[in-house]
Design a protein around this ligand. Structure first.
Ligand code: NAD
Length: 259
């Protein structure tokens, strides 16, 4: 059951939600995990909760230098890096129900955190992984990157871009013996989902109620799942069982994006 024995992982956005659940799953499977986030208090608390194989570092993924530093910290602290899970993400400041009043400042921020950070992670993880010719990079995209989410055009665009980043970098990384894959979750019960439903209720109260009431039941936005469902997908992609899986987008959405 210790499918990641001896492996070292950096997980961004691991102070909460999907990242936290994945840190837990990785540690249960024998990995050492660096939790990289911008919520310092929560991040330290999560590291304490997960025990001696977890530690916390502050890392704003929108800043390439901080992504590089988190990767370097893993090598300093544990000798090498096997897994980078670029999972930090934001939903954006406001629903975009009409295109005329889009705030492109919000677009730049979404792209920096949800897309550019994935590319920075790939660059810096590859820097330390390529010499050993082993490593698995995973990016949290979204089913919204395949089937755009109602009233969240810019978020959906940023997530589609992260899928494109994985596809475009898989071939050059493969030449270095490295793998890169995306995971595209549907609705996952995390603080982000609560914030999304709150924002959505401003523009589409009916839809937001439907998603809330049909939690765990199939709905137009798919079932609401627990973070561990994504942690299990990340565990597979991180492990040697996925040795030849690269450039893939693993969709875990209960059918949302195949509608
Ligand atoms: P969450 O809000 O619980 O966790 C996201 C974490 O990312 C937070 O701890 C936050 O502090 C951190 N973060 C935000 N900006 C950061 C930055 N600039 N640098 C470092 N850390 C930062 O939400 P979640 O649902 O666990 O989201 C994790 C990922 O899953 C995100 O990329 C999100 O877009 C994606 N996702 C979520 C859902 C869902 O339904 N919850 C669906 C599809 C995709």
């Amino acid at each position: 059951s210790r499918r990641l024995a001896g492996k070292v992982a950096v997980i961004t956005g691991a102070a909460s939600g999907i990242g936290k659940a994945t840190a837990e799953e990785f540690i249960r499977n024998g990995a050492k995990v660096i939790i990289a986030d911008v919520q310092d208090e929560l991040g330290h608390a999560v590291a304490a909760e997960l025990g001696p194989d977890a530690s916390y570092t502050r890392c704003d993924v929108a800043d390439e230098a901080q992504v590089a530093a988190a990767v370097d910290l893993a090598v300093e602290r544990h000798g090498h890096l096997d897994i980078l899970f670029s999972n930090a993400g934001i939903e954006g400041a406001e629903p975009q129900d009409d295109m005329v009043s889009l705030d492109l400042g919000n677009f730049d921020r979404l792209m920096a955190v949800n897309a550019r950070a994935a590319l920075a992670g790939i660059k810096h993880a590859a820097r330390v992984m390529a010499p050993r010719r082993r490593g698995s990079i995973i990016c949290t995209s979204s089913a919204a990157g395949i089937l755009p989410l109602p009233a969240f055009a810019m978020y959906s665009i940023s997530k589609a871009t992260s899928i494109a980043i994985v596809r475009a970098t898989a071939e050059p990384l493969a030449r270095d013996g490295l793998r890169v894959n995306a995971i595209s979750p549907g609705s996952i019960r995390t603080p982000m989902l609560v914030r999304y439903l709150g924002l959505l209720s401003e523009t589409s109260p009916g839809l937001s109620e439907e998603i809330k009431q049909t939690a765990m039941e199939p709905s137009d936005a798919g079932p609401t799942m627990e973070p561990v469902e994504i942690a299990r997908a990340a565990l597979f992609l991180a492990s040697d069982e996925a040795m030849y899986v690269t450039g893939h987008n693993l969709v875990v959405d209960g059918g949302y994006s195949v509608h």
